[in-house]
Design a protein around this ligand. Structure first.
Ligand code: GLV
Ligand code: MN
Ligand code: MN
Length: 423
């Protein structure tokens, strides 16, 4: 097979639409970890993998892992792993994560149809959780594979008070969510030749440069926090302004601090995406306010310096206003560089096809970050339409770009060579 069949782009888009029908919400796409919609998406993905010629298993955290077995003549075959996540943010897009599962499934189906076996096992992983929507802690699925899962997280509760342990126990995965089973689901790094992830860019860079594809250089480190501010509830009509301990007003000042501090360095970004006044009433001064805080930068030192300043600033604001603040760090993930030898193999494919080899960093987090803790990783970005918007239902790609990406992926797999031995 010199080229992939011309129908792959259309198939990928059709399946993204089909998968998006499984949603926790009406009129949009929300697929949170271990919901009924999540289970239906998982079942579709498993069926599509089988249909493409893979042997499929579900692991202890709910990852769907399809193996396209190596040519039987390859006695000591290693595993090249690829994949991405199928959970989504609330009212998200249908390609974030899912493109990196549907594209390899389509490609494997094409290889199988053409009778082509690879000299290594290709494992396609549909990661069950990356976004952190349900339990406010992300990378659960890849952290299990990378043996970085923190068993203390099993006690975390969702918005309805359901623990992660109970949700996993009820999901029917092997090991019923027990810590030992989660630990046993880790992959042996010695078996891996590397991890590659195809993902929609989720930004406007490729769009503005007129390029369908880009090769990722590194993935920016990120830290997420849950902040809780405590004040004093009192009457909105009778409490003078200078006698208030208003938790929401304090939080507002803290959010502006995040914006101001993160605006000082180009690669640094800070976001408060969730903000609540628990049990608030319109005529009661807020006794409590909770918010999430997400801080990222291309360099870990820049991120850590910003975090130190922001946490100190939160304490200062709280003290001045007579409030108390607790800042819980939930998911710190360090900057993850991509491996030059893998990037170069993608670059060689693009060059051979007469395409520009363009490299760019990723500001968004990806499963590849966690996998980078145990193996070399690379990422192929696909152009994002609609101005580059993502984490939004407007997120889109074209059929032509999906086709190009699939063709590049076929060539990459067919020419893949394990890491050269260092001299
Ligand atoms: C994942 O989508 C992230 O938050 O970057
Ligand atoms: Mn996302
Ligand atoms: Mn994603």
């Amino acid at each position: 097979m010199t080229a992939a069949p011309p129908s792959l782009g259309a198939r990928i888009l059709a399946r993204a639409a089909e998968l998006a029908r499984h949603s926790d919400m009406e009129g949009g796409l929300t697929c949170a970890f271990l919901t009924p919609a999540h289970a239906r998406a998982q079942a579709d993905l498993a069926a599509w993998m089988e249909d493409a010629g893979m042997t499929v298993r579900i692991d202890a955290i709910g990852n769907v892992i399809g193996r396209y077995a190596a040519d039987p003549d390859e006695a000591a075959a290693q595993v090249l792993m690829t994949g991405s996540h199928f959970d989504t943010v609330r009212d998200g897009g249908r390609y974030d994560g899912r493109l990196g599962i549907l594209l390899p499934i389509a490609v494997v189906g094409a290889l199988r149809d053409a009778g082509i076996r690879l000299p290594y096992h290709l494992d396609v992983v549909a990661f069950a959780e990356e976004e952190g929507l349900r339990f406010k802690t992300s990378f659960l699925a890849s952290s299990v594979l990378a043996d970085r899962f923190d068993a203390a997280l099993l006690d975390r509760v969702d918005a309805d008070g359901v623990t992660m342990a109970a949700a996993l126990a009820g999901a029917g995965f092997p090991g019923a969510g027990k810590p030992d089973a989660l630990r046993a689901a880790a992959v042996d790094p010695a078996t891996l030749a590397g991890f590659v992830e195809v993902h929609i860019e989720q930004g406007p860079v490729l769009l503005h440069r007129g390029l369908p594809l880009g090769i990722v250089t590194q993935i920016a480190g990120s830290s997420r926090f849950q902040v809780r501010i405590e004040g004093l509830a009192s009457h909105a009509g009778t409490t003078p302004m200078d006698m208030r301990r208003d938790a929401a007003a304090g939080a507002a000042e803290m959010i502006l601090l995040v914006e101001q501090r993160c605006g000082q360095v180009p690669s640094l970004v800070g976001t408060v995406g969730q903000l609540q006044v628990p049990n608030g009433s319109s005529n009661v001064i807020p006794a409590a306010c909770t918010f999430s805080m997400d801080i990222r930068a291309g360099e870990d030192g820049i991120r850590e310096a910003a975090i130190a300043d922001i946490v100190a600033g939160i304490e200062r604001i709280a003290t001045r206003r007579g409030l108390t603040a607790s800042v819980e760090r939930v998911t710190p993930v360090n900057n993850a560089p991509c491996a030059r030898w893998l990037m170069d193999q993608f670059g060689a494919v693009l060059r051979k096809r007469g395409m520009e080899v363009f490299e760019l960093p990723s500001g968004a987090g990806h499963d590849a970050m966690m996998m980078q803790r145990i193996t070399d990783v690379a990422m192929l970005f696909v152009r994002c339409g609609n101005g580059g918007i993502s984490h939004n239902p407007l997120e889109t790609i074209t059929e032509e770009d999906a086709q190009q990406a699939a063709e590049v992926f076929v060539d990459f797999l067919r020419h893949f060579r394990p890491k050269p031995v260092e001299q």
